[in-house]
Ligand binder design. Structure first.
Ligand code: L34
Length: 292
């Protein structure tokens, strides 16, 4: 079994980005600028956004964090999105999800100028991704593809099972894994209403778990020699930690890992790659690589 080290891979990629930024700036080019909107005080979101700001520093990007209370109205938030759309210095920006219930996430996503949508959540980017056109690809699936590539894990012709059908992970992951230019795999998507989900999983050469249910994937669901990618990062109460919680993946790591050829840990697997791929998208935005 080989552990896929997302943290180390992300650090390496950030160093590569930093070097490129240094060259761009030395050549008189523009330093990439990422802005992030954070609404409210969700513990996970606070951590992820803080890590995004730190990653910007590591890459040599300019970053702007805009914070608002849960009480912000949809109209006010849409006005902030519009300001960032029109701010010529901002190359790309994100609105961290989830948003408070009184705000339509879909409305906010659609208000973002797709040319600055470095999350790749806007329907134009999602649609372009689905038909294999140049676009911003959402960070988590992009990070998983990068891990598979850097660890030289063959995907072409393999059977890939994606657990979960969310807009930000399951759906784009399945789309990318099936496309010739990315995964080139045979893809099955399983969800809460799949019949015989265990059997489907046992047939997977590559199993990608993105359902947000701690320890959902058990040893009896995994084929010997499979590659298992764990996207889950649920905060589970844990009195032995000084924070009072631990991060738990969707995979019961201790019993699944011995069966695997490769597996990602939680933390230190997919999470750091998500942030690092946001940096890649921001670099592309700064260079006007995809949309001019
Ligand atoms: N708009 N909303 C928007 N874009 C995103 O790309 C996200 N996501 C998801 C939630 N909402 C979003 C993230 O940023 C999930 N996500 C994310 C980002 C980073 C990490 C996990 C999820 C991460 O860094 N995880 C670390 C542990 C961090 C900790 O200590 O809690 C890990 O090693 O898994």
């Amino acid at each position: 079994m080989e552990l896929i080290d997302g943290k180390a891979t992300a650090a390496q990629i950030k160093a590569e980005i930093a070097e490129e930024v240094q060259q761009i700036v030395a050549g008189g080019g523009k330093r990439p600028h990422l802005a992030a909107i954070l609404v409210g005080h969700d513990g996970g979101s606070e951590t992820y956004v803080k890590n995004k700001v730190l990653a910007c520093e590591a890459c040599g990007f300019k970053s702007t964090l805009l914070r608002f209370e849960d009480s912000i109205t949809e109209e006010e938030l849409l006005a902030e999105v519009d300001k960032l759309n029109r701010d010529a210095d901002v190359d790309g920006f994100i609105v961290q999800l989830p948003l408070p219930k009184h705000i339509s996430e879909q409305k906010v996503i659609e208000a973002i100028d797709y040319r600055k949508d470095v999350d790749g959540f806007h329907p134009i980017n999602v649609g372009r991704m689905a038909i294999g056109l140049p676009c911003y690809i959402s960070a988590t699936p992009k990070g998983i593809l990068e891990l598979l590539k850097r660890y030289k894990i063959e995907t072409s012709g393999k059977k890939c099972v994606v657990l979960g059908r969310s807009n930000i992970v399951g759906k784009p992951m399945a789309q990318l894994m099936m496309q010739k230019q990315y995964g080139d795999a045979t893809v099955t998507v399983c969800h809460s209403h799949s019949r015989d989900l265990k059997k489907e999983c046992r047939e997977a050469d590559i199993l990608i778990a993105a359902i947000g249910q701690p320890d959902f994937v058990t040893a009896d669901m995994v084929k010997d020699g499979a590659t298992v990618i764990d996207v889950g990062t649920t905060r589970v109460p844990d009195a032995t930690r000084k924070t009072g919680f631990r991060l738990n993946g969707d995979v019961k790591f201790d019993e699944v890992a011995p069966k695997c050829a490769y597996i990602t840990p939680v933390p230190g697997g997919v999470g750091p790659m998500t942030i690092c791929m946001l940096m890649k998208n921001t670099l592309a935005a700064g260079k006007k690589e995809i949309y001019s």
